[in-house]
Design a protein around this ligand. Sequence first.
Ligand code: S3P
Length: 424
Amino acid sequence: MKITPKKKIHATITVPGDKSISHRSIMIGALAKGTTEIEGFLMGEDCLSTISCFQKLGILIEQQKDKIIVYGKGLHGLTAPTEILDVGNSGTTLRLISGILSAQPFFSHLTGDASIQKRPMERIAVPLRQMGAVLKSNSDKLFAPFTIEGNALKGITYALPMASAQVKSAILLAGLFAKGETIVIEPEPTRDHTEIMLRYMGADIQKIGNEIHCKPVSELYAHKIVVPADISSAAYFIVLGCICENSEIVLKNVGINQTRTGIIDALIAMGAHIHIENETIINGEKTGDIIVTSSQLHGTTIGGAEIPRLIDEIPVLAVAACFAQGTTIIKDAQELKVKESNRIKTIITELKKFGANIAETDDGMIIQGGTPLKGCTVESYQDHRIAMAMAIAGMCASGQTEITGAECVTISFPNFFELLNKKL
Ligand code: S3P
């Protein structure tokens, strides 16, 4: 994909639906009694993998015009798959579905692509085994491909060793089926879409301080779900609006759940002109229009509890930091090493090709902003967020940029380049 820099962008954009909420709408819809109608579903590869896995578990899922319809069969309606469940590139699918499959009275075999096979699954195996499930792979620590022998589970109290919404969600989904209460203790708050949607569909979930309590219920009940636009996809255009001169970009109906808005807070702390209008709440999720105008950014330090609130936006935040005056430090972000690529390494390697002054640390990076970026050839490592972050860098660099392996944006944002090249 070739990127030609643009000056003076004025646009109103609706980015596709939230990936995290789309996954959950299929999974929780499948476990609910009745028909779940989903509007704004993200038709990206990762969410299509979730649909395909639940179809293999006996759930009828249809597309009707621009809606997805899930014919849920209730909490105990899944049936044994006759094929291997393939999650493709999707860590969220694999970790969350494992929580559900741990409680089923059948055996499942799971796999995924080369990247998923390198991502740590021991983090879900430890609590799910404590609940009574049997998860096995060919290695000491659990990696895909692996098998799950479901069981009658018991509730546990589990303190997460790392802030992870995926691990939290796997345990809570298993907890729906367990005997007794399940309690997850978080070191820092992470995205709470699972809790919000489960409660909306009738589960007994409560947040008490940093603990999430899930008590078993006899059924969940289907309700219509409207998926807001994904703030993680909006983030590319939010940063672009900040770093491109004489510009204004409006992003419509974006999910602004406060566990996800770290990118907005970080950019505002860097001097960005961002404001939100038309706030409303739909199926328990806050949404709004985000308006961003060109801003002279300055460096900042980001770490601790801010990290889970912007973990997926760090690649594009690093691009923003290249255009900020002074130093930006990103710390406590070691989780980046186990994403679709080792994002500490891939961000740094690729931004250096543009001439950025950026250095690796143990748990993040240090960026000296203000050096003008020069267009170049970069690669995606088949990591969608690296491809899109590099496209934003290319939009504000001098000369042309070429991204190899750019087609991987279909994982989370199939029309990204169309919006970037035609709409702006
Ligand atoms: C996600 C949680 C985050 C995030 C991922 C999606 C989710 O991962 O990075 O892209 O939908 O729950 P962790 O919870 O493992 O940090």
